[in-house]
Design a protein around this ligand. Structure first.
Ligand SMILES: [Zn+2]
Length: 185
């Protein structure tokens, strides 16, 4: 076992603090840092002013395939993938940066829409999505019409894949699909 330096620990605390502010659950912090459960729980209370929520993480691949979550998740994942591949921000740092950008974009969409609510994609779900990619449960399929990359079930045939924006379900309605389209531009 290697001894952790103070500087290393300080960096992990900063990363954990960023993730708590963005809404990360304790299980996410445990997976992404080597800080102890007790220290993380204490940090969580300091940052949030309340105890971390208990219970299971949302574990559903299918959630990412429903219409609006799929559009939000795909936008987030494309940003994450770009940051992780082409900038110094890697893995958990790319996750934090990509999620910040996602919030900025979805906030802009919300102001236009006027509704005050939680972002469609929570930080914890964004993290779960990356785990699903890592474990090969989902893939990025490219739409034959707009060429955009979208989250899809792994091994789904994608030679004639059409995305949720190019072919919204009938219930999506005109205004909502129009707003989603603006979100991706
Ligand atoms: Zn498309």
């Amino acid at each position: 076992m290697t001894v952790k330096s103070v500087a290393q620990e300080a960096q992990e605390i900063l990363l954990a603090t960023d993730m708590i502010r963005l809404g990360a659950r304790l299980q996410v912090l445990q997976a992404e840092t080597s800080l102890s459960y007790d220290r993380l729980a204490r940090l969580y209370r300091e940052v949030k002013g309340c105890s971390p929520p208990k219970g299971m993480l949302p574990f559903s691949v299918d959630w990412f395939m429903t219409w609006l979550p799929n559009i939000h998740s795909s936008m987030f994942y494309n940003v994450y993938h770009y940051l992780d591949s082409y900038t110094p921000a890697k893995k958990s740092h790319a996750l934090v940066e990509a999620y910040r950008l996602y919030l900025e974009q979805s906030d802009a969409g919300r102001q236009r829409g006027g509704a005050e609510d939680e972002p469609v994609l929570s930080f914890t779900r964004a993290w779960m999505l990356l785990r699903f990619f890592d474990s090969g449960m989902v893939q990025l399929s490219h739409c034959v019409r707009c060429k955009g990359g979208f989250v899809a079930h792994a091994h789904d045939p994608d030679h004639d894949f059409v995305c949720a924006i190019c072919r919204p379900p009938p219930r999506a309605g005109k205004t909502r699909s129009h707003r989603a389209q603006k979100l991706l531009v």
